[in-house]
Design a protein around this ligand. Sequence first.
Ligand SMILES: [Zn+2]
Length: 476
Amino acid sequence: MAELEAVIGLEIHVQLATKTKMFCGCELSFGDEPNVHTCPVCLAHPGVLPVPNEQAIRYALQIGAALNCEIAPRSIFHRKNYFYPDSPKAYQISQYDIPICGAGRLGDVRIHRAHLEEDAAKMIHVGESGRIHGSGASLVDFNRGGTPLVEIVTEPDLRDAAEAAQWARLLRETIRQLGVSDVNMEEGSLRVDANVSVRPAGSEELGTKTELKNMNSFRFLQRGVEAELARQRELVESGGTVEQETLHFDPASGSLTSLRSKEEAHDYRYFPEPDLVPLVPSEEQLREARESLPELPVARIARYQEMGLAYDVALTLATDPRTAGYFENVVEAGEGIEPRVLANWVTGELAAALRQAEVDGGAADSRISPPDLAKLVRLVQEKKISHGSGKKVLAAMVKGGGDPEKIVEREGLAQMSDSGELEAIVEKAMADNPDAVEKIREGNNKAIGAIVGAVMRETKGRADGGEVNRLIQEKL
Ligand SMILES: [Zn+2]
């Protein structure tokens, strides 16, 4: 049998951080007493009329601009009918065949669409469940009901679970930097579903997909998709067929359970919402959405790669705007030093030193000013101190800030410039380690480490490793 290829698409619900709900004036606020932010509109009393939230439309247009989507000149709200206590109207106002944002792209993944809709109320299940005699009950908190959402649907362009999780992170960072949502997965302001299928590698046809619901962290997203892919591969390879269904992944046990067989669109009896006029964005709204975009992660990654940074370093910085700003200040202060080297100090040595010292926050919150970090890197680059001494100075700077040159002086870390002194130390180390010298002579180059180590102990790391190696070779 041909090898099976994974095909993954994502559906992401983003709660918009507007002050009020999508179709009424109720305040949006997470964590308040249940049912304090309600009104006749979001409780669906008879005769009320929805009024669209203009800020939510602006936010949706910004998301569309950031994802390079085609914006519909005229889009339509539909009623999506379903019967469940989290929806007092027995339908959700959503968009169907003409969403506000059409085809787009973020990085390597094509966007199918992004549309506006309202969130359902929150269900809370209490007590023991049981069909008739259980003491359990389901409670409904309508505070969340009617929260504006943008649902983003990708094309099935992702090919493995890790790639899906990484792309979802990029999307979250993009939306966070727009400032249109809190994108907090634990609080549910960003919810990710994955559509997963397999097909013979090289095939263009899509296999039957299952939908993994509501994974509340990127790690669970990756693990859930991995588990489902493994299940489908085993099923198909043993001659079975995948059933279309909705699944829940339990991160604690790693198991998948079926929630329901997946509904088809016609099950929802979509029809145009008669109480709302079509959504026609004005020229001014479209221009504002385009012009309001900050430099987004994808653009920042490209710019950093042009500066010579490796992709993963560029990605690390681009998804952390404050550290990225810090890095750019270091580059400005470190004229003449390759940005790649400075980036490695910021994301590597400095990040490690901050972790080691258990300092909260990133580089931008540290006691090390960008010019001081640039100065330290210059000392290492110009071989005034060794790389190891550079790390020691950095550790001191993390604790108390200060000028790296003064710390070098105070701690006596300057690289040994007197080659006569170093030569004597090398000679003594060789005399003290005759076995190692013998092994090097026999061609065992690893044995040189013992002598270099002895020299470094003697000089307290102030010697230049390259120079020590050269002297040893010279004296063999
Ligand atoms: Zn309301």
